[in-house]
Design a protein around this ligand. Sequence first.
Ligand code: NAD
Length: 256
Amino acid sequence: MLTGRTALITGSTSGIGLGIAKTLAQHGANIVLNGFGDAQSAMAQLREYDGMVGYHPADMSKPAEIAAMVRYAETEMGGVDILVNNAGIQHVSPIEEFPAERWDAVIAVNLSSAFHAMQCVLPHMRARRWGRIINIASVHGLVASVHKAAYVAAKHGLVGLTKVAALETATTGITVNAICPGWVLTPLVQRQVDARAAAGGLSNEEAKRQLLAEKQPSLQFTTPDQLGELAVFLCSPAADNIRGASLNVDGGWAAQ
Ligand code: NAD
């Protein structure tokens, strides 16, 4: 279904981004990977599919590097048809102790990067009269938790940015939507499990159980593959008129 389309997935050397990249590749898309993790391993996992695979090391907190990455996608694969703004970082701390430098970093990587990347890819998408922008927000784009001031602010901002971009492209073949996952067991969340285990003298399994029980009624982690399948659906003709939506995949978290 996606043969001939090129997808750029930011922060795709691990976790959700890598899962989405694999699922889009399974459906035929060419893939541009990005992120600070093991790029060689991520590329190797994608080479089993038919499409082209590339990687660009842009630091998503740096607008000039984002622009260079989009130019790389244009030169190597003809331009970005599907943009998945996924790169994200977390910092957990009460507001009074939250380092200003971590606030700036979380806002830059989780929110501003999506604005800069969109600005770079929209001209190509408009020229092609087709495009998909999928912003990986979070259930924290819809509701808050303590000690995540920058993350919650960035993700609420990303949900708002999604709506504006969807309105500005509403009469075109470009759609812009957000996916709002609850807990997904990736390196980003494993670090929070580890902190909980260390603080409470708990086993890894008990820390995971407690983490889920606090917020996610299904008591199950969402998987990167499930998010990948949702991204594929958003790229399908069935989703042509889904615009500005925030789709939560959160085991019932936001329903409470
Ligand atoms: P992860 O830590 O496994 O992956 C994050 C990716 O972003 C990595 O590839 C990392 O190298 C990359 N990255 C970090 N800083 C970067 C930078 N400055 N420039 C380029 N790449 C950078 O995390 P994940 O859990 O897969 O998170 C992916 C996205 O999903 C994030 O936006 C996160 O907020 C969101 N999310 C995660 C969960 C969850 O439970 N894991 C829930 C909701 C939303």
